[in-house]
Structure formats: C-alpha cells, structure tokens
Design a binder for this molecule. Structure first.
Ligand SMILES: *Cc1c(COP(=O)(O)O)cnc(C)c1O
Ligand SMILES: [Zn+2]
Length: 425
C-alpha cells in the first residue's frame, strides 16, 4: 500500500503525478512528494515501524518507493550517547547520530541514494548518474553496482584520493570536471536533459531528498520515540537539514512522537558558508560563494535548497554557525579522542559549530542535543596527516623501546615528540 499522492510544488502548490520531473511547470519551483497523512493515521505507528526490516526501509510507508532494489543494509546507524564529549563541552545530554559507519560507503548519502536508485529502476531507467562532491559519487556507484545498472559519476577534479578511488572501485564511468561543484551540477543538468539518464540529485531530486528524512526518523526512534531539543546538521546542497526537520514533523503529525518544538541548527565551513551568512544577516536571499575549505564534501557555494534550510532554521527557532579549517581539524581530533569516532571534515565542521553554539549560549547546556555526523574520516586522511605525530620506526630491541618511551614521556601529550616526528620524514 502506497501513501504517495503525487508531486506538489513547494512554491505555488501545483500538483502533478509522480514522474521523473523536479521543476514545477507553472513557476519553476521544486516539486516535493506529497503523502496522504490522513490515511496513514493509526496504520503507520511505532509498532508498524518496529516490525519492519533493520534498515532504512523500515520507514518505507513514508518514502516514495514501492519496490526497493538496494539499501537493504543501509541506515539504522548508531545513535550514541556521548558522555565523554559532553563532559568536555560541559553539557548534560549529548547524542551523536553516527552515519560515518553507514553501509556500504560510510556516509549519510546511502539514504538518499537507496531511495533514488530504487525509484530510477521503478521508472525504467537503465542509467543513473549524479553531480557530487565525493560521497554521493561513492554511494551512487556502489548502489548502482548492487542494483546492476549503468552509472556515471561527475565530480570536481580536485577531490581527495580516497573519495575518487572510493567511487572508481565500483566500476562507474567517472567524469572529473575542471571546476567546482556548481560547475559540475550545471553540466549534469544539461546531461540529464540530453541523454535522458536518471541524475539522482537533479531530475530525481524530489525522490532523492525524501531519503534524508530517515536520518531524522532514526534519531527519534532510537531516542525512544522522542525528539532531541536541539539538532545540529551540516549544510551542503541543503537536502539533509530541512528533511531531518520534515522527518520530525511527520512523526509529530502521525502522533508517533510528542511535539517538543525541536530546533535545527546549520553548520558550514567558514570557507563556504552562504546559508549561515544569510541566517546571520536575517535575509533569505542566499548569495553564492566560491568555496575555499578542506571540508570539500560540503563545499557547495550555490546550494539548491539553501532557501529551505534558511526557512527551516527560522521556523524552528534555530541558528547557524561556521568553522575555520583549523577548528574543523581540532574538532575531528576531539571527537576521535573522546568518543572513538573518526569523521571527515563535514563532521568536524558540525561538531566545531555545535561547540560555538553551546559556548555562545544559543544552545542551553542542560537540554538534549544531537550532533549529526555524516561522513567517515578514512576517506580524507590528508586533512589530519600533518597534525598528528607520526612515530619514527625503531628496531625491535628493548633498549630502543625504553629510549622511545622516555622520549615520549618528556614530550607529554600524545606520547611521541616533535623530534621523533621530524625523524620519520
Ligand atoms: C552530502 C553531505 C552532507 C550534506 O549535504 P546536503 O546536500 O546539505 O544534504 C553532509 N555531510 C557529508 C559528509 C556529505 O557527504
Ligand atoms: Zn510551482
């Protein structure tokens, strides 16, 4: 049983059937999937969800897919209480929603891709593609391999090696483009029109974005059918933040959770913060930027849904912050040291911004806080490489071990001295 009514324009309300279109024929606004919530009442419940599979498809009633073809092991990532980090930050109830271990390519993108590729197959496409800052390409390539369909991934030319290889290994056709993400996205739109492919974050965007709601659904379910009072999310193209909020609102609407007026906060890198700038300016016109940051996965200077992030923040009484590259690296190391989670710069950005929001009093220390960790640090080793002490090699003798140990205890923090580091290079 599907509860999907069709597509509805977010701006003028024009309705159309659920087809591979994303731009309103009346006003060029974005289409969004519309559901029959009245029909769901009493049928889509905590119990119906809990009796579903242990994957993001447990929320299938709230997704626009009738026959999933991939994502059977995606989602249901840990929501962890982060007491050691909380102590460090002086707050009472801190949670980490950890998509750094999402399966199979270790980012939140499994959610949007599982829904979009399933929908592409349902529509009869034999080729999928995407415009990506790295993680989306990894995930699209992997899920296309699982579904057994052809795949084109288009990326800016200067991505981290881990992100490039992390796509290539799955055998897609990769197109590296001399330009930034916004150039890639523009070309991708032309390709979608010309070749008739399912570009999952362009012409399948209304379906793609719905997958991101599962991030919010899981937070609520794993918190014991409750919403955190404060949720801090990274912002790139602007999909995930408004969809976490939409996920929360759907659960409220269906009586699955109580409405505690959850607040959403946007996190961006200082070197690419068009949405946070607009939030601080109090003006919903998002001025495009040219990105300059180590947080490449969220370096989108002209975010497609930035406007909806701005309004999600405004409607929920939230706020936004941005973090410098140095603050991002410090936050990556803090999360690793206190909670044993290695995230990539997007996660470092989110934590660094959360710290600023807590320290400035925007987020009260005694309320429940959830930090959204969306990607894995193993793909971006280069960002921490120069700031971690790399030990010199010793011979396997007790004498050299003793010498190293006394050197290390003199050095104090982290164990190994700067001198040992220099010797290794
Ligand atoms: C894509 C991505 C995001 C958020 O992107 P949106 O387009 O705003 O949904 C956040 N973190 C990581 C690691 C990503 O890859
Ligand atoms: Zn419209």
């Amino acid at each position: 049983m599907s509860y999907v009514l069709g597509l509805k324009c977010k701006e003028c309300g024009h309705r159309t059937t659920a087809t591979p279109v994303h731009v309103c024929e009346q006003c060029f606004g974005p289409y969004e999937v519309e559901y029959d919530y009245a029909a769901m009442k009493g049928k889509v419940t905590r119990e119906s969800i809990q009796s579903g599979p242990h994957s993001l498809w447990r929320y299938q009633d709230l997704l626009p897919v009738s026959k999933p073809v991939t994502g059977f092991h995606s989602g249901m990532t840990p929501l962890r209480r982060a007491d050691r980090l909380a102590k460090e930050l002086g707050c009472r109830e801190l949670w980490i929603k950890d998509d750094s271990c999402n399966y199979p390519t270790y980012s939140y993108k499994e959610r949007v891709v599982s829904v979009a590729i399933s929908k592409a197959v349902e529509f009869g496409f034999d080729t999928v593609g995407c415009a990506s800052t790295g993680n989306l390409a990894n995930s699209t390539a992997a899920h296309a391999a699982i579904a057994g369909i052809k795949c084109y991934v288009m990326i800016p030319h200067d991505l981290e090696t881990g992100k490039v290889l992390g796509s290539l290994v799955f055998g897609p056709q990769m197109v590296r483009i001399k330009g930034n993400y916004d150039d890639v996205n523009r070309l991708c739109t032309e390709v979608a029109d010309k070749y008739g492919w399912a570009i999952i974050n362009v012409n399948l965007r209304p379906y793609y974005t719905e997958g991101a709601k599962t991030f919010g659904f899981e937070i609520a379910e794993q918190l014991g059918w409750k919403l955190p009072q404060h949720t801090i999310s990274p912002v790139a193209g602007g999909t995930i933040l408004p969809k976490i909020l939409k996920g929360y609102q759907e659960f409220i609407e269906l009586g699955i959770v109580e409405d505690n007026k959850p607040r959403l906060y946007a996190a961006q890198a200082a070197g690419c913060n068009p949405v946070v700038k607009a939030i601080h300016a109090g003006n919903d016109i998002i001025e495009p930027q040219k990105p300059h940051t180590i947080a490449k996965s969220i370096a989108i200077g002209n975010p497609a849904d930035g406007y909806y992030v701005w309004h999600g923040i405004k409607d929920s009484n939230g706020w936004g912050e941005s973090a410098t590259d140095e603050e991002i690296v410090d936050a990556i190391k803090l999360l690793a040291r206190t909670e044993g989670i290695w995230t990539e710069p997007a996660g470092g950005t989110t934590l660094a911004c959360a710290i600023k929001l807590i320290n400035s009093g925007r987020i009260p220390k005694d309320e429940s806080i959830c930090i959204c960790i969306t990607g894995n640090g193993l793909k971006t080793v280069e960002v921490v490489q120069d700031s971690l002490p790399y030990p010199r090699a010793i011979n396997a003798t007790l004498g050299e071990f003793d010498a190293l140990l006394s050197e290390a205890s003199q050095a104090g923090v982290n164990g190994i001295s700067k001198r040992a580091l220099v010797a290794a290079r």
